[in-house]
Design a protein around this ligand. Sequence first.
Ligand SMILES: NC(=O)c1ccc[n+]([C@@H]2O[C@H](COP(=O)([O-])OP(=O)(O)OC[C@H]3O[C@@H](n4cnc5c(N)ncnc54)[C@H](OP(=O)(O)O)[C@@H]3O)[C@@H](O)[C@H]2O)c1
Length: 256
Amino acid sequence: MARETFTGTAWITGAGTGIGRGLALALVARGMTVAASARTEADLAQLAADAKGPGSILPMPLDVTDEAAVRDTVARIEAEAGPITLAILNAGTNSEVTAEKFDTIKFAHVVDTNLMGAVHSLGALLPLLRKRRAGRIAIVASVAGYRGLPTAAAYAASKAGLIAMTESLKPELEADNVDLTLINPGFVDTPLTRKNKFPMPFLIDTDEAVDSIMKGLERGRFEIVFPWQMTAAMKLLGVLPYGLFFPITRRMVRSL
Ligand SMILES: NC(=O)c1ccc[n+]([C@@H]2O[C@H](COP(=O)([O-])OP(=O)(O)OC[C@H]3O[C@@H](n4cnc5c(N)ncnc54)[C@H](OP(=O)(O)O)[C@@H]3O)[C@@H](O)[C@H]2O)c1
């Protein structure tokens, strides 16, 4: 993506806090109109107040698990702010799921938000962007989607699903002139990770994460993955045969 294509209207889900909020502020500073979605309206009002132009924030409260509401929101954004040129599907949540506490309701909530939220968003966006043969959709998954680690059964399943879905759609959408980007962060200090009780190696702050994502978008990368230390560790885990992988995760289980 060339620098000048940070123009027009962006839509960010999960823009109320953390990475999504940081990206919204960065895109407004580049001059985009940013339709900002999350469930908590007060966070969107705060974002609008904090944003420094030349662009602006258009608050669009939304629960991404509600497919009809997602469709209505996308239609409203296009009616009020014009065609969406960049969508960042970032809304996400996490709940610890273990074999002992295998809570199917919590599991479903994580998958509904992380995976189905992005699916609902794609359902609304794809007909519009394919018809226009223009635009970029960036999907925020995680390096946690590379491999199933202890306590992350729900989160890893949702993120692995996002990665597979994005890879699957990429060549078809390329032919439609619609760009797809896969964003796989390592640990970033946000309200989501502040709940974690385990050590988070190579934790970075939100500004650093936003900077990596903005640079990756500018360069038109398919996968934006950071920080490099976490990338190296998780890519290596990703290719380990089970005979080497399970001794590592068994040790993790013993230290829970
Ligand atoms: N932080 C990390 O280390 C890390 C690492 C890898 C990937 N990620 C991914 O990055 C994305 C952003 O996470 P973050 O760390 O910035 O967390 P965060 O600060 O908790 O932000 C999550 C955002 O998603 C919104 N959200 C949650 N459920 C939603 C729903 N049903 N509908 C609409 N919006 C919803 C939240 O607002 P409301 O609750 O008000 O709706 C919030 O604005 C997530 O997909 C996360 O999985 C994060």
